[in-house]
Ligand binder design. Structure first.
Ligand code: ADP
Ligand code: MG
Length: 590
């Protein structure tokens, strides 16, 4: 009697599988990397659990990932002795997609450059690696037994909307993923994934750094030992006798490149390792490899990506740092080691003094971790400061908006972060300048750094509020990113110079002529009485030259842009009346 049950995939999985099954691929081999990476994760999880519960390992302590090709039946299997899954976990992990990025994935998938083989890469990036099995297979079977359980389960699907689950027998814990390979389609690569040398090449290329041996049985001709050899008529062994033997070979080098000497790691290795970590097919913009010895010890190999991932601004975005202790994986997505505003950095931190039993809660309070974090942040910031201008601009365009968050969240490093800021300005002709550049270019009589915020650089540059500043030849920083509103609240000074909004408060450019002001008092009172519901005050303008009037804010008022941002994000704001400024020099007024 069979206990097989049929389940429907969740809608988003159905959608995803539909796309995967019906696409053509020029680079299908990536599925193997994804399955190996899952196997490696499963062993990591088991080892981590065994730190507190060593019995869980039993006598199966030799961790490995085995690839088993079968030419005759056209299958390839990836087997591990990791943590395995219970029936509930199978349903949860292989029937749904935990991440909320599916919609974004499908969108990206539709836009991907199919010629360049970007499709399979996306699968890894979006954390839906398991389903990549359907790139190469028309049926996938998973047989798995959770560590500490006596019951194994079999999951099977043809990627067509449903899957089956049944209880089965399996020796030992861990997971076997069996792909029933489909025929190659026209227009696809023509790889034979059961071929030994194809498999070797793929493993070497994508999974060389995996920390566990990836093994495969290979058949070789071996000289027959003398004792078993056929003898000639003189009783001597016939020469050149061979026999077939099957040997398990390890296909990956497992080298932890972060532990190598800095100058022994080639650029090629960096690129591969970065790709292995990030699933990003663009080479990194730069890397930072360091070894700290002394009171706190750690090795870190960090990469600055050259392109922002699609989900950088999503709240559930994972951090890019994996934490190790003497090559033993502790956790990925290690938020404790880096502040939010450096979440774009990818890499590995290996700290020998860490306690392997740490949990996330403990990590936060751990003095070693806090020290490492402090040091890492400093090193990353000075690394960024040392990038050449061209690289820095690439970096800034991709990640500047994120780095800016640090200005208001990391008081300790605020000055360093201020040095890293870049803006366009009215005088910079489209170039990005630093605050240092700005200060160096200040006019002799200029005491203040002027800026204006808004959502469009061009309209900011032509804003009437800047008329007088332009006339005086003062440069104005154009801040066209919502986050800048928070930056200028935190960063009130740079190099001893105050930052001042060109649309708020008195610009203090010239003394207002009090006599003249008196002459207009009646008119101002009249305007105010007419527009009382809309404006707070009428004042002679200190910022206009060609325009007759403008609205501005008081020094401590919210800027117009901030108001817009907050309203757009659904905040209910009390009415914020603006000041009507009148240009007393304007022909209309004279
Ligand atoms: P990700 O690896 O990013 O979590 P995948 O789609 O690759 O996403 O895998 C989905 C989930 O299925 C994994 O998180 C894991 O819980 C489970 N899984 C996949 N392969 C294995 C395996 N070999 N052993 C144990 N669990 C696995
Ligand atoms: Mg995976």
């Amino acid at each position: 009697m069979t206990n097989r049950e049929t389940f429907q995939f969740k809608t988003e999985v159905k959608q995803l599988l539909d796309l995967i099954v019906n696409s053509l691929y020029s680079n299908r081999e990536i599925f193997l990397r994804e399955l190996i990476s899952n196997a490696s994760d499963a062993i990591d999880k088991l080892r981590f659990k065994a730190q507190t519960n060593p019995e869980i390992l039993g006598d199966d302590t030799e961790f490995k990932i085995k690839i088993i090709p079968d030419k005759k039946n056209r299958t390839i299997e990836v087997a591990d002795n990791g943590i395995g899954m219970t029936k509930d976990e199978v349903i949860e992990n292989l029937g749904t997609i935990a991440q909320s990025g599916t919609a974004a994935f499908i969108e990206a998938m539709e836009q991907a450059d199919k010629e360049k083989g970007e499709l399979p890469e996306l699968i890894g990036q979006f954390g839906v690696g398991f389903y990549s099995a359907f790139i190469a297979a028309d049926r996938v079977t998973v047989i798995t037994k959770a560590a500490g359980s006596d019951q194994a389960v079999k999951w099977e699907s043809s990627g067509d909307g449903s899957y089956t689950i049944e209880d089965v027998h399996k020796e030992g814990r861990g997971t076997r993923v069996i792909l029933h390979l489909r025929e190659n389609r026209e227009g696809e690569d023509e790889e034979d994934f059961t071929d030994e040398f194809t498999i070797r090449r793929i493993v070497k290329k994508h999974s060389d750094f995996v920390a566990y041996p990836i093994v495969m049985d290979v058949e070789r001709d071996e000289p027959v030992p003398e004792s078993e050899a056929i003898l000639d008529k003189d009783g001597k062994p016939v020469e050149g006798q061979t026999r077939k033997v099957v040997k398990e070979e390890t296909l990956n080098s497992m080298k932890a490149i972060w532990l190598k000497n800095k100058d022994e790691v080639t650029e090629e290795e960096h690129n591969e390792f970065y790709r292995h970590l990030s699933h990003d097919w663009n080479p990194p913009l730069s890397h930072l490899h360091m070894k700290l010895e002394g009171v706190i010890e750690y090795v870190a190999l960090l990469y600055i990506p050259s392109k922002a991932p699609f989900d950088l601004f999503r709240p559930e975005r994972r951090h890019g740092i994996s934490l190790y202790c003497k090559r033993v994986f502790i956790m990925d997505d290690c938020q404790e080691l880096f502040p939010e505003y450096l979440r774009f950095v990818r890499g590995v931190v290996d700290a020998p003094d860490l306690n392997l039993n740490v949990s996330r809660e403990i990590l936060q309070q751990d003095a070693v971790v806090r020290n490492i974090r402090k040091n890492l942040v400093k090193r990353v910031l000075s690394h960024l400061a040392g990038l050449d201008a061209e690289k820095y601009e690439t970096f800034w365009n991709e990640f500047g908006a994120i780095l800016k968050e640090g200005v208001y969240t990391d008081i300790e490093n605020r000055e360093k972060l201020a040095d890293l800021l870049r803006y366009r300005s009215t005088g910079s002709e489209g170039r990005l300048i630093s605050l240092k550049d700005y200060v160096a270019g200040m006019k002799p009589d200029q005491e203040t750094i002027y800026y204006i915020t808004g959502d469009d650089i061009t309209s900011l540059a032509n804003h009437p509020h800047l008329e007088r500043l332009k006339e005086k030849g003062y440069d104005v920083l154009l801040m066209a990113d919502p986050v800048d509103e928070w930056v200028v609240q935190a960063l009130t000074e740079y190099d001893g110079k105050k930052l001042k909004s060109a649309e708020k408060g008195d610009l203090e450019l010239d003394k207002v002529d009090e006599k003249k002001k008196g002459e207009y008092e009646k008119l101002f009172l009249h305007i105010k009485s007419v527009l009382d519901d809309h404006i707070k005050e009428v004042r002679p303008s200190t910022r206009l030259k060609d325009s007759v009037a403008c609205l501005s804010g008081d020094q401590y008022d919210m800027s117009a842009y901030m108001e817009k941002i907050l309203k757009a994000s659904g905040h209910k704001l009390p009415e914020n009346k603006r000041i009507l400024e009148v240009n007393l020099e304007h022909p209309y007024m004279i």
